[in-house]
Ligand binder design. Structure first.
Ligand code: P5A
Ligand code: ZN
Length: 484
């Protein structure tokens, strides 16, 4: 059987995504009576937990220390860094009352935690010997987003915000941390098979309060681009107003340097979206709540029924022993075909079919969710076969996603071509660029799309080419896309 098509997945992505969240019982959105806020359902929560566990393990193993700060930030802290507050002011939810009493000091629901964390760091950090310090927390943040909200993609309560905040004794060490963070995020995305493009954001689109911002973007099935993670060099922009001072090795007192970086529910949204097809999502085995679903095929005779039952018990024993997350779907009132459909829609990566014939032969049929390819294996070898299959699925999902992304990134030299591609196919378009802000802003208007920024290294291919807006020699390339 051929692999499922990806018609609906790409052509009606928005509806496909809503259908998956509902059908697979991942996230209930739109029914909860506050806009931009949804409910993680048990199956979705399990996916979320495995993604968070993965991120935690990568951060823990690289010297990050987990902390937990209060949700509420007093107004004067939030206002201390002027660029930051200017960037977030319109998005802050305020707590103004305690019971019936108006509060003396308004309290913000954190939109992010640079201010509250910097404030506390001013007490904790004294000397270069204390540095670097790497903190992170996994929390809800609140942003009163005015662009159209979408489940997991643009939320007003971001429930799975993994924010890291680091402190350093020099600008260069913070630069090095930015590199390090980029490496960690690559690892996380690679584990999930999520392909990405890394860009240095232009001046006019960096994080409010950052010296510079590096962003990970991916192309969603509809060709629109989603920012799935960001890393910021904060310089001394927060440590000066918050007085995070330390004694340097040469005994002088200086302000520290910081970085911050974050991931959100968008990582889970992308994981669900990117590997999908018209039958639903395909979850990589390392984060799938159920890695294997076993479907018993009903037998006609009593003898066969007993055989199937015995083979099922042996299979369960082997799966349990191997530590595989499995479920046996024993529902008697539901036909196998219906069961296949339901578990496919939940993205379970492998199905095992076990009927009278397999029970007699001592075999099993393994079916891959991504390709629907069937494989007959000896029942006694199921553990090894599954290990092998999980690895194949994981690497093939990743390869397929990367190949798909590569077809969505196009290089052109004229505004006209860029405009046409963005209009018809979306994706990411790269053009030569003189590096000037005014040309970047002009380009955004001309192609009716947003600038993502430039690659971290000057690309070879722009050599000898010109900025299509002003005709000056290109110093780098610029990426534009229709963004979420
Ligand atoms: C870095 C962590 C920050 O907030 N402070 C702490 C820094 N950066 S950010 O770019 O504003 O956000 C980090 C990532 O969070 C995702 N994101 C969202 N996801 C869902 N709904 C939202 N409303 C939302 N806003 C931001 C983005 O992936 C972003 O890169
Ligand atoms: Zn130019």
């Amino acid at each position: 059987m051929a692999a499922p098509s990806r018609e609906r997945w790409s052509k009606e992505f928005s509806r496909w995504f809503d259908w998956v969240l509902e059908e697979a019982e991942i996230y209930d959105y739109g029914r909860y009576p506050v806009k931009g806020m949804g409910v993680w359902r048990p199956y979705g929560f399990q996916i979320r937990r495995r993604v968070v566990d993965l991120i935690r393990s990568v951060l823990d193993a690289s010297g990050h220390e987990e902390v937990l700060f209060p949700l509420l930030i007093p107004e004067h802290l939030l206002r201390k860094e002027s660029e930051h507050v200017r960037g977030f002011e319109a998005e802050v939810y305020w707590v103004t009352h305690g019971g019936r009493e108006p509060l003396d000091v308004k309290l913000a629901l954190r939109p992010t935690s640079e201010t509250s964390i910097s404030y506390m760091e001013s007490f904790w950090i004294k000397s270069y010997r204390d540095l670097p310090r790497l903190f992170y927390q996994v929390v809800s943040i609140f942003r009163y987003e005015t662009k159209a909200t979408r489940p997991l993609i643009r939320l007003r309560e971001v429930t799975t915000f993994k924010e890291a905040h680091t402190v350093h004794d020099s600008f260069e060490d913070a630069d090095r941390q930015v590199e390090e963070a980029i490496g960690l995020y690559k690892r996380i995305f690679d584990e999930l098979g999520i392909p990405y493009v890394i860009s240095k954001r232009p001046e006019w689109d960096k994080f409010a309060g950052a010296v510079y911002t590096v962003a990970f973007d991916t192309v969603m099935p509809d060709g629109r681009v989603l920012q799935i993670g960001t890393v910021h060099h904060l310089g001394q922009n927060f440590t000066i107003p918050f007085e995070v001072r330390f004694q340097r090795r040469d005994e002088l007192i200086d302000y520290a340097w910081q970085t911050s970086y974050g991931l959100s529910d968008r990582v889970i949204a992308t994981l669900i979206a990117i590997h999908g097809d018209d039958r639903g999502p395909v979850l990589p085995p390392n984060v799938a709540p159920i890695q294997v679903v076993v479907i018993p095929i009903p037998a006609r005779s009593e003898e066969d029924t007993a055989r199937v039952e015995k083979a099922l018990n042996e299979l369960e024993e082997r799966l349990r022993e191997a530590g595989i997350r499995y479920r046996v779907d024993r529902r008697e009132d539901v036909r196998p075909g219906r069961k296949y459909y339901e578990w496919e829609a939940r993205g379970v990566p492998v199905r095992i079919e076990l009927g009278p014939r397999e029970a007699r032969e001592g075999s099993l049929v393994l079916v891959r969710r991504d390709t629907l390819e069937k494989r007959k294996v000896e029942a006694s070898r199921v553990q090894e076969e599954l290990e092998k299959l999980f690895e194949e699925i994981r690497s093939e999902l990743r390869n397929r996603a990367w190949k798909w992304l590569e077809t969505k990134v196009r290089r052109v030299e004229t505004v006209e071509e860029a405009r046409k591609i963005l209009e018809e196919e979306r994706g990411i378009v790269e053009l030569p660029w003189c590096g000037r802000q005014e040309c970047g802003l002009r380009l955004e208007e001309m192609v009716e799309a947003g600038v993502l920024g430039s690659p971290l290294e000057k690309p070879e291919w722009v050599k000898g080419r010109r900025c299509p807006v002003c005709g000056q020699p290109a110093v780098t390339s610029i990426r534009v896309a229709k963004k979420y």
